[in-house]
Ligand binder design. Structure first.
Ligand code: FE
Length: 339
């Protein structure tokens, strides 16, 4: 993957010995248009310039590790808590310490170890064809192993961190052996070899290439609010289903997009200000109404489209387990032949 490096960022790297400038440098795995809007608003409010290096999480982690003490990174942002856990595990982060930073954020979404702060959350849900699937045919993630779904399930590649996080949650909840059996069965139900991103799976349902897909919730909001007719039609061809909701079930899997202070942050006070800003009510509203993610603050309602799907029960698993179980999850994917 090509790295997107802005000219100003290269300049900052060259000047990293200067401290406490009116800048903050982010290494970010997020890939949504709303992010730049948030940084522009922050800059307007504080005068602090935000420099962003966008790439995939593994490349950013490796880069921070290689840069060591001279790393210009102040903040690390991911779309997967597993990568925040990994950064913690690699010794690349420092605790945020100021507990007022997480005031008003839902307790169960917080890092018990105090390294990362959640900025949004999302559920990895099932969507189904309005034409070929009845809602009452769906139950749980586990239910997707049933042979009635043979040749009908669409999902992206196992190298994707959203899938790795979902499988980590199954390892934590069901144990390694049952998760391996489930994964083997799921792969045998695939409509095609995994390809494309989450939106592409929904488009494939609309094109009749499969009947159900596993995708992140907000992509449905993005499709329905798109200016592209193919995307709108894809969004309209499916319905949203939150798995594992029945009484006694654990709830749907969620993941957070989160932010953390880099170990060697050269502009720490600016970085803390940006964390505070991104979790402010204003910025939270900007997230929910532009990316259709869920706010980490219970007082901020989801966007109208998302509200229409109803509320759902969340798997209460400690989110750090989505990192701790990652290695096992990846080896299960390999054994099952999930490309
Ligand atoms: Fe995404």
């Amino acid at each position: 993957m090509k790295k997107i490096v802005s000219l100003s960022f290269l300049f900052i790297i060259g000047c990293s010995e200067i401290q406490d400038e009116m800048i903050v440098n982010i290494y970010s795995q997020r890939h949504y248009d709303v992010d730049q809007l948030q940084y522009d608003n922050f800059e307007k409010e504080t005068g602090i310039k935000v420099n962003v290096l966008k790439s995939n999480a593994d490349e950013l982690l490796q880069r921070m590790k290689n840069e060591g003490e001279s790393s210009p990174a102040d903040l690390f942002i991911t779309v997967d808590v597993g990568k925040l856990w990994q950064a913690t595990d690699m010794g690349l982060l420092q605790k945020y310490e100021d507990n007022s930073l997480t005031d008003g954020i839902t307790e169960s979404l917080l890092d018990k170890n105090g390294y990362w702060v959640p900025i949004t959350y999302r559920s990895r849900i099932i969507v189904y064809s309005n034409e070929r699937v009845q809602e009452n045919e769906l139950t749980t993630y586990e239910g997707l192993a049933d042979s009635k779904w043979k040749g009908r399930i669409l999902v992206r590649s196992s190298s994707n961190s959203y899938n790795q996080a979902l499988l980590s949650s199954l390892v934590a909840n069901l144990g390694e052996e049952d998760t391996q059996s489930w994964t083997n069965a799921l792969v045998s139900n695939f409509a095609r070899d995994p390809k494309g991103n989450d939106r592409d799976q929904v488009k494939a349902i609309a094109a009749g290439q499969g009947d159900i897909a596993i995708v992140n919730s907000y992509y449905i909001g993005l499709l329905l609010s798109s200016e592209n007719e193919e995307e709108i039609n894809a969004g309209k061809a499916i319905s949203v289903f939150f798995p594992n909701q029945a009484e006694g079930e654990r709830g749907s899997h969620i993941n957070v997009s989160g932010i953390a202070l880099a170990k060697n942050s050269p502009n720490k006070s600016n970085a803390l200000k940006l964390i505070k800003y991104l979790t402010s009510d204003d910025a939270q509203k900007t997230y929910v109404n532009n990316t259709f993610e869920y706010s980490v603050k219970p007082n901020i309602e989801p966007n109208q489209i998302v509200k229409g799907w109803g509320s759902f029960k969340i798997d209460p698993l400690d989110l750090n387990m989505l990192g701790q179980k990652r290695k096992t999850a990846v080896s299960i994917f390999d054994t099952a032949g999930w490309k």
